[in-house]
Design a protein. Structure first.
Length: 387
């Protein structure tokens, strides 16, 4: 008897849609086959020639019966609409990050998935499979780091040129994308932030709109955060800075983790620092430390690993590495940092989703921005994957 295969459709054949199609056609994900693709803009002939069913619109692929599951790889707003349409049609859904543009939309998508618990709903947060973050999570979850007191991520390594923004009419506009660096590049980092440390209870964002590029959305951000247990953090990001930095530092009561330049250092306090401070007999005494370099496999995260996990979840009920509903958290963090900056005040979480949606609608309605679009030749898009 032949083994059951999940028939996968890809909606959106831009940078990442083509990438997903590539590894699926190469057979890198077992027990599934790419059967259909949809895109209103991309040339469909080459896909037809490979034996795939092709559609000029995602909704048509969903209604076709050619797929059991879809990967939604369109601009962000359609993650919600197409994701809901696919779930309502009884298809399993993997949405690209961010799962939606704003929290209210994310909640709509999640509600559609909750109504159909027999369907698998995943989100493409492949960074969760990166060995470096897996190691950090293990150190935190096992208590090695003690209680987290401070989180700092300088993630200014998302450099993008002017032509990048001009390469798609939807990019970096309130109407087409709904945000900038926080919503396009940072969902991965914000997902890792909450995956490692949980959700903060307060965010104060400072977002510069079009600081480095001719765009109307944020491309330079500093966000201060507080957690319910009094831990604090700063998340700093930019698409305009070169060479840029990618440095993650997490301080706990039992030590400090620093991830930078492909090295993970754990400087461990022999004694919990709070205990030490309370019991030390000398004013300038410090806990003894051990410096440990934590090795990790440097191979890049594989989107295919998450897609394999999605297929395994459909066929065997394997737990998802990145369940779709957890995608609301990075959306909420991005929205909160932007909202706080726009209103000039700290924002308490949970974020008022309706208030943020109104603010975004206001930005769309008041936009006078004229988007320049240029045709860009084929570029190696995988260079955009940052760890
Ligand atoms: N996980 C990752 O590493 C990763 C990397 C890049 C992009 N992304 C995400 O993937 C999404 C797409 O990004 P991109 O860079 O590929 O954009 P892109 O502009 O290159 O491609 C989007 C494609 O979707 C198509 N499309 C729009 N509406 C559609 C519809 N209704 N039906 C079918 N196709 C439709 C467009 O014609 C376009 O070809 C974004 O949300 C982005 O955040 C994720």
């Amino acid at each position: 008897m032949s083994e059951k295969k999940v028939r996968i459709g890809i909606i959106g054949l831009g940078n990442i849609g083509k990438y997903h199609a590539g590894y699926l056609l190469e057979g890198k994900v077992k027990r599934c086959e790419l059967t259909a693709v949809a895109d209103p803009m991309a040339p469909l002939e080459p896909w037809k020639a490979k034996g795939l069913k092709t559609y000029e619109e995602g909704e048509k692929l969903i209604a076709s019966g050619d797929a059991d599951a879809v990967i939604v790889a369109t601009p962000h707003y359609q993650h919600t609409t197409l994701g809901i349409a696919a779930l309502e049609a009884g298809l399993h859904v993997m949405v690209e990050k961010p799962i939606s543009v704003h929290k209210a939309d994310a909640e709509r998508l999640i509600a559609a998935a909750k109504k159909r618990p027999n369907l698998v709903f995943g989100a493409m947060f492949q960074l969760r499979t990166e060995p470096r973050y897996v190691k950090i999570k293990k150190l935190i979850d096992s208590g090695e780091l003690g209680r987290i007191v401070r989180f700092n991520w300088i993630m200014t390594d998302w450099f993008r040129t002017e032509i990048y923004y001009a390469s798609g009419g939807w990019r970096a506009t309130w109407k087409g994308e709904g945000g900038g660096v926080l919503l396009n590049q940072c969902p991965h980092n914000l997902d890792i932030l909450q995956w490692l440390c949980g959700m903060p209870s307060m965010v104060r964002g400072f977002c510069q709109l079009g600081r480095y590029h001719e765009i109307e959305v944020e491309d330079n951000v500093t966000a201060y955060m507080e957690w319910p247990n009094q831990a604090v953090g700063a998340f700093i990001t930019s698409t305009g800075e070169a060479p840029g930095t990618n440095r993650l530092e997490i301080a706990g009561t039992r030590g400090k983790l620093v991830l930078e330049n492909d090295r993970l250092l754990f400087i461990r306090n022999e004694t919990d620092m709070i205990e030490f401070s309370k019991t030390a007999k000398a004013g300038f005494a410090r806990p003894d430390i051990w410096k440990v370099e934590i090795p990790f496999d440097n191979a890049p995260a594989q989107h295919a690993t998450l897609t394999q996990n999605f297929v395994d979840a459909i066929l065997d009920g394997t737990p998802l590495i990145a369940p779709g509903e957890e995608g609301v958290r990075s959306v909420e963090l991005a929205n909160a940092a932007l909202y706080s900056s726009l209103i000039g005040q700290p924002v308490q979480l949970p974020l008022d989703a309706a208030a943020y949606e109104r603010k975004l609608q206001e930005l769309i309605a008041n936009s006078k921005f004229q988007k320049k679009v240029v045709q860009v030749g084929d570029e190696d898009f995988t260079k955009s994957f940052v760890r």
